[in-house]
Ligand binder design. Structure first.
Ligand SMILES: [Cu+2]
Length: 420
């Protein structure tokens, strides 16, 4: 495939998978004076950047974008390199085979090959630069959830930026604020990408941590809670890749027509194509539409019980646990043998910490708790919706881990335990 045709393929494939949400999001750029019904795409109309001509270039992608392969995009919105001292992070996105627990491996989108993505841990006020390179054949972005970044860095495709195309690098630059437990996730194809499993923790420490005065914790854990339908993920990834293959083949035969393959200049043109039956939007097809997700694996930091990482504590020690819900379901995390202190929500310290033993963890939200080691033993910490404490329907499993006292000599252990 030539460079130009490859870019055209990727561009069109992006639109095909971008769906109508993208269309309506960009309807503010509608220009009635330029409306004509679509003609088949013509290679000669491509300019040197591989972008379709103005007629077709302004609809699905924001004005001024560039689509040259391998290019690095640095949008405005934060100080230049020589104005502040940036902490740099390189992030890429690939499809990896991830082992949820022994015997269960499945393909997922993964930042730097990890599920969840790498934890970014910085101090409030730090200047951050993330060089994000897309190593898949799908579109992606990164949204910085709960951070007050400039809008150009917010990572919402078709609203604040073009999606990051295969092979491209997009540079996110912003100041780390406000402090607290925050996170990041992909904002393209969110039901698949963000939950399966393009998400990770973004922890911002205060320079002087006031919570440490009341809760002098010496260790902390970050737990990203995940709910997966691995059959949905497999189906979606395969169908996306297959769809891109078909688009590629049609394009090479010169049979790819913009209005029949989801490449519109504005909302009116999109609506007209649907109303006249020229274009069938993806949400009318069988794909994921109409198929309720059937979550079958529940994980903490990428692993289901008994593969989950244990929490360690000593007698007389405070530990801090940061809970981040990276999935689409609600969880109710219950700790046996202890009341803990709920001290922060969405990264912000609560005026009045509350003493509880079960905490709701809603989609998109983060919660911080402090646990005091005053009851030596082995204590489970799990979602009290016990349907989520299963692996493919088999109990026990899923969203469960164990709080283990390190300096504890057990006086009794059961004869059969998968945990010992
Ligand atoms: Cu993505």
């Amino acid at each position: 495939m030539s460079k130009v045709s490859r870019r055209k393929f990727l561009q069109t494939a992006a639109v095909t998978t971008g769906s109508a949400l993208a269309v309506s999001a960009n309807s503010v750029e509608m220009d009635h004076s330029k409306m004509t019904l679509a003609a088949p795409m013509d290679h000669a109309s491509m300019n040197h950047t591989g972008m379709a001509n103005e007629e077709y270039g302004s609809m699905m992608f924001m004005k001024g974008h560039t689509m040259a392969p391998g290019i690095t995009i640095e949008p405005p919105g934060s100080p230049a390199d020589d104005e502040v001292d940036y902490k740099q992070f390189d992030m890429d996105i690939k499809i990896v085979e991830h082992e949820i627990l022994p015997g269960i491996k499945t393909h997922m989108f993964a930042f730097n090959g990890q599920v969840p993505g790498p934890k970014i841990h910085v101090t409030e006020g730090d200047w951050i630069k993330v060089n994000f390179t897309n190593k898949t054949e799908e579109m992606h972005t990164i949204h910085w959830h709960g951070l007050t970044v400039p809008y150009t860095m917010d990572g919402v495709p078709m609203v604040t930026q073009d999606p990051v195309h295969p092979g491209q690098t997009f540079v996110y630059r912003f100041q780390a604020k406000p402090a607290g437990t925050r996170w990041y996730h992909c904002h393209w194809g969110t039901p698949l990408h963000a939950s399966h499993a393009m998400h990770g923790a973004f922890i911002i420490d205060k320079k002087d941590e006031p919570l440490k005065q009341r809760f002098p914790y010496t260790r902390e854990y970050t737990l990203v809670l995940e709910a997966w339908d691995i059959n949905f993920a497999r189906r979606e990834i395969n169908e996306l890749l297959e769809g891109m293959k078909q688009v590629n083949s049609l394009m090479e035969q010169g049979k790819l027509e913009p209005t029949t393959h989801g490449f519109f200049r504005n909302y009116e043109e999109f609506k007209h194509a649907v109303d006249t039956g020229k274009y069938i939007p993806p949400y009318l097809l069988s794909r994921s539409s109409g198929i309720p997700l059937d979550y079958n694996f529940f994980a903490i930091n990428g692993k289901s019980y008994p593969a989950t990482e244990r929490l360690k504590i000593k007698q007389g020690e405070w530990i801090r646990v940061r809970l981040i819900n990276g999935g689409n379901l609600s969880h109710h995390m219950h700790l046996h043998g202890h009341d803990f202190w709920w001290v922060a929500q969405d990264g912000n310290d609560m005026d009045m910490p509350r003493r509880i033993n079960t905490i709701h963890v809603e989609p998109g939200s983060t919660y911080d708790i402090m646990i005091y080691g005053d009851n030596p033993g082995f204590w489970t910490f799990h979602d009290h919706n016990t349907l989520h404490v299963r692996n493919n329907g088999i109990y026990p499993g899923g969203m469960l881990t164990v709080l283990v006292y390190e300096d504890f000599k057990p006086t009794y252990t059961p004869s059969v335990s998968i945990d010992q």
